[in-house]
Write a protein that binds this ligand. Structure first.
Ligand SMILES: [Zn+2]
Length: 584
């Protein structure tokens, strides 16, 4: 025994010497002449988000990469004659936020080209009359044959607690076609003119995976269309944004995201046109953020093979299997808490059969794609898990990182299989804030609502996941998503499902390193480590030490992509942001 421990001691000493030598090797790597950084950041609280949860005071950047991370002293020693020294003054620096699911640049499209139909806390509409007034105002501004489009109404937040109908919208105009989309994006309302143009009438058959709501007595459509298959009757008629309008929307969205500290954006489903426009925006130097796009199913074969670069990548194939809980189109295994149309057995519906989904997933899986399927209700999640499981059975593949989008009402038994199959959810956790009260009182009931977006259950199983804002469904704010994950406070100021709250550090992983991992980018993004891209966000306060309830109010001071500032907040003065590409 004695000899053994002596040997161990010797071994341990050798180990220490090796450790010291390795340390020397590291500082050799940091020799000034070899590195000659363009910039160094000093005096910061740098949260590295690396595997050992390190913190640092300073870092050095050369070109678009991080070349050194360490103490003020070690990094300052690297400064050459041309190195710019940036004093962080104790502020917190993190890897840039990685938005894992939104519809960039739709926040710009909505802000510039849609009538805002949102209710508080996002917008101002309190009753259907407010929406009519806003649409009427737009009608007076544009020619009669032009479409009026609105976005963001929420029936449960309106005084009347119902969807507007064609008759409501006809009060705004019967000459203009009008189309307004629900906050969830999964329902829309058309006025009579739009229904006429879309040829939607009492004889139109109900499509598979969608509903044309009809008046029970007359059988006439009441204007409300549920889900893509029904909404397409109108959406196929809508004029596309012109290239110029799209670029305007893009510029707006870039500012919107950069102000919130986002450096990488995942577009949750795009087509060929969107990719072509993005490429153009990059070539015109209008897009300083990195884009990762999912491809709509039909688009997968059209992807150019040599497409990817550090600014624009295409990762997953995107599909949907159900709708939205707050639109009563999420597909559940048990009925909704408050029934829709007095049907106490109503539990939503899938977009397509489980067999059809499995066929589609299997095809994309076999072709080698990562797959992301939207599923909110637990019955839809059952279908998705089944499709992934069957695909693996027939065509085994390692490390697929197949995703479930939103994954809102996932059950504990489903999380067990998700862990086993290596599936990774992207949770829309800010639902707890925006819809938590109504999930408890209307849609899910208290018991199920307490388990919506069950992040703690996922962490307990070591499931890697991300969190997102699904902008324009809710405003872009990774810090609000982190705050929601940590606090689960509703708009009514109640805590929903306290057992599912997670720690700030765990939530930060879901918008940085795990987000990069979910998109196969953990080797280049998501943490502050030597060799990774120099994408940072600088915050006024440290989310790990501030009162957790204040995380959403932390100011984003600066957003940096490839070592270059794309947004900087001016503390004193009237302007809140500088022009982009102020290459500092
Ligand atoms: Zn989405």
């Amino acid at each position: 025994m004695k000899i053994k421990s002596k040997r161990f001691l010797t071994f341990f000493c050798v180990y220490l010497v090796v450790l010291a030598l390795t340390g020397c090797a590291t500082s050799r790597l940091y020799l000034k002449d070899e590195i000659n950084p363009d910039k160094i950041f000093i005096n910061g609280a740098i949260i590295q988000m690396d595997p050992s949860n390190s913190t640092a005071e300073a870092l050095a950047v050369k070109g678009d990469k991080i070349v050194a991370v360490g103490t003020n002293q070690s990094i300052q020693a690297l400064a050459g004659d041309n190195t710019r020294i940036i004093d962080l003054g104790g502020k917190t620096l993190l890897p840039g936020f990685y938005d894992t699911h939104s519809h960039f640049p739709s926040s710009g499209t909505v802000a510039l080209f849609r009538v805002d139909c949102n209710s508080p806390p996002i917008g101002t509409m309190k009753e259907i009359g407010d929406i009519i007034a806003a649409l009427k105002k737009r009608a007076q501004e544009i020619p009669e044959d032009e479409w009026i489009r609105g976005r963001g109404y929420d029936d449960t937040l309106l005084k009347e607690k119902r969807h507007p109908t064609r008759h409501d919208l006809d009060k705004a105009s019967t000459e203009h076609p009008i189309w307004i989309v629900h906050s969830s994006g999964h329902l829309g309302v058309a006025n009579s003119r739009a229904l006429e143009l879309g040829n939607v009438n009492k004889d139109t058959p109900q499509p598979e995976g969608g509903v044309i709501r009809k008046d029970p007595e007359s059988g006439e459509p009441n204007g409300v269309l549920e889900e893509g298959p029904a909404m397409r009757n109108i959406s196929r008629l809508l004029p596309r944004l012109s290239d110029e309008q799209w670029m305007e929307a893009l510029k707006w969205a870039v500012k919107d995201y950069a102000e919130e500290g986002v450096t990488t954006v995942v577009i949750a489903g795009g087509g060929k046109l969107s990719v072509e426009r993005l490429q153009k925006a990059f070539s015109l130097n209008l897009l300083p953020l990195r884009i990762v796009s999912m491809a709509n199913k039909k688009f997968q074969d059209a992807l150019p093979a040599d497409f990817s670069n550090e600014m624009l990548k295409i990762v997953a194939v995107k599909m949907l299997q159900d709708g939205s809980i707050q639109g009563y189109t999420g597909y559940l295994s048990k009925p909704y808490h408050k029934p829709l149309n007095d049907d106490s057995s109503y539990r939503g519906y899938p977009i397509r059969s489980r067999e059809k989904l499995t066929e589609m997933v299997k095809e994309a899986h076999r072709a080698g794609y990562q797959i992301a399927v939207h599923g909110n209700g637990d019955a839809a999640i059952d279908d998705i898990i089944y499709a992934f499981q069957e695909s693996q059975k027939d065509f085994p593949r390692d490390d697929t990182r197949h995703r479930i989008e939103h994954c809102q009402m996932v059950r504990e038994d489903q999380l067990d299989i998700i862990e086993k199959l290596g599936i990774t959810p992207s949770f829309f956790v800010s639902h707890t804030y925006y819809w938590g009260d109504r999930h408890r009182d209307i849609f899910m009931g208290p018991e199920r609502a307490a388990r919506m977006s069950p992040l703690r259950s996922a962490i307990d199983r070591n499931i890697k996941f991300t969190i997102h804002c699904d902008t324009p469904v809710t405003p872009m704010s990774p810090l609000l998503a982190v705050w929601a994950a940590v606090n689960r406070i509703t708009t009514g100021n109640k805590v929903i499902g306290p057992a599912q709250r997670i720690k700030a550090m765990e939530a930060l992983c879901a918008v940085t390193i795990d987000a990069a991992w979910q998109n196969f980018e953990e080797n280049v993004k998501g943490s502050i480590e030597v060799g990774k891209l120099a994408d940072f966000v600088i915050l006024a306060e440290n989310p790990l030490s501030i009162d957790p309830k204040k995380i959403k109010d932390i100011q984003v001071l600066e957003t940096i992509v490839s070592g270059k500032t794309v947004y900087k907040k001016i503390i004193r003065g009237i302007n809140s942001s500088l022009p982009f590409f102020i290459f500092s």
